[in-house]
Design a protein around this ligand. Structure first.
Ligand SMILES: *Cc1c(COP(=O)(O)O)cnc(C)c1O
Length: 393
């Protein structure tokens, strides 16, 4: 099919929940992608932080297809090696206790929210179910995770939303103390770096303070690492970098390297909250997806790999700084999660980048966001940056 045929078919039959950009990717290699017309693009998006190992990574393809050739799905009534092996890798690397597999970030967050509420219910009974999240956060698109998302624009149309969420501005420790004073809160949930909200790095001192207040009040701290996890920020999990350990954290995007997976990781306190029948997912822990995710974990958890992510991130930031582009207001983020705050419309600039052969994301109101594959080469980075210079210069 040619580009026009694809666009027409999509427009006619897929509900228009997305404002699509004019690109039909056909195939690619690592961070270089070719569209159906044969034009090449440098990928600074990785499918929104999903293609952590780039496009068509050979070892991952082999693991997934080998598993597909054996058995493609087993219901959760039975045991399966790939999910058990993956669970061990995640638990040991994070020093947590147990995992719950699902298929997306939103679902992983649902599991985290359910865990926190059940932990509190089991121990304190009804009425201690509130969860505090941050303003400008993003936690997913289900009715409950939309409630958890601290952005007013998401709290529309679909009423009634799930009750029991309150929003806090990052840094406002005194407000948090007030919110905690009526004994109705069971958890605080936040991203370590807010992705969709604008690549906002949450202050480490504030997060330490939150950890302390949670400990004092037996409140669970949940980190949504759906975007920051799996080496994105230069450490396997972003929380390792800040020395604040959550009671629960969630993973999704980069873990599957392109196949759907979500994972809710439970620490000591809440490892045994669930009993058979309390929670479930038909596809959660799918063996082919998990076999691929095992390759991701083995690849990205190597110290040299993590160091390379941090180095590439620093290189991109320093190269953009050195361009002294008038449109650039601020560069922020960590590792290969980079936000460039710009003057002018970030959406228009993203479109211009695309027209020139560079795929970028936007975030917040005025931020260009880069989440390239973690395996992007310096040659690909340089190609992408030269396009960025041309567009923003
Ligand atoms: C993308 C994202 C989600 C939602 O993940 P889905 O897989 O789309 O459900 C949740 N939290 C954060 C931080 C995200 O970046």
């Amino acid at each position: 099919m040619n580009e026009t045929e694809i666009k027409n078919l999509d427009g006619e039959y897929i509900a228009s929940t997305y404002g699509r950009l004019p690109l039909c990717p056909a195939y690619g290699k690592n961070a270089t992608l070719t569209d159906v017309q044969g034009k090449e693009y440098i990928d600074f998006t990785a499918g929104i932080g999903v293609n952590s190992l780039g496009i068509a990574p050979q070892e991952w393809i082999k693991a997934v297809t080998d598993q597909l050739g054996k058995i493609q799905h087993i219901s959760n009534y039975y045991y399966s090696a790939p999910s058990a092996v993956l669970a061990e890798k995640i638990v040991k690397s994070s020093k947590m206790k147990k995992v719950i597999f699902s298929n997306s970030g939103g679902e992983a967050n649902e599991a985290a929210i359910k865990t926190a509420r059940k932990y509190s219910f089991d121990k304190y009974g009804k009425g201690r179910s509130k969860i505090i999240t941050l303003i400008d956060s993003f936690h997913g698109r289900t009715i409950t995770t939309l409630s958890a998302t601290g952005q007013e624009v998401f709290h529309n149309y679909f009423f009634p939303f799930t009750d029991g969420f309150e929003y806090l501005r990052a840094g406002e420790t005194e407000t948090l103390k007030k919110l905690l004073s009526d004994s109705s809160v069971c958890a605080v949930m936040c991203e370590v770096i807010q992705g969709e909200g604008g690549v906002n790095v949450i202050d480490t001192e504030f997060l330490s303070e939150v950890r302390k207040l949670c400990d004092e009040n037996d409140i669970l701290l949940i980190f949504d690492e759906v975007q920051t996890g799996i080496a994105r920020t230069g450490s396997l999990y972003a929380f390792e970098n800040i020395g604040v350990k959550p009671d629960i954290f969630t993973l999704a995007k980069g873990l599957g390297a392109g196949l759907p997976i979500g994972c809710c990781v439970l620490g000591e306190k809440c490892a045994d909250v669930f009993h058979p029948g309390d929670h479930g997912s038909t596809f959660g822990g799918n063996p082919a997806v998990c076999a691929g995710a095992c390759v991701v974990m083995d690849t990205v958890s190597k110290p040299e790999f993590l160091a390379s992510v941090a180095e590439k991130g620093k290189y991109i930031v320093s190269e953009i700084s050195a361009m002294k582009l008038p449109a650039v207001v601020e560069i922020r983020g960590k590792g290969l999660m980079i936000g460039v705050k710009v003057n002018g419309s970030h959406k228009e600039l993203a479109k211009k980048c695309l027209a020139e052969g560079l795929m970028v994301l936007t975030a917040g109101k005025d931020v260009l966001r880069f989440l390239p594959p973690l395996t992007i080469t310096y040659e690909e980075i340089d190609k992408g940056l030269s396009i960025l210079k041309k567009v923003l210069g």
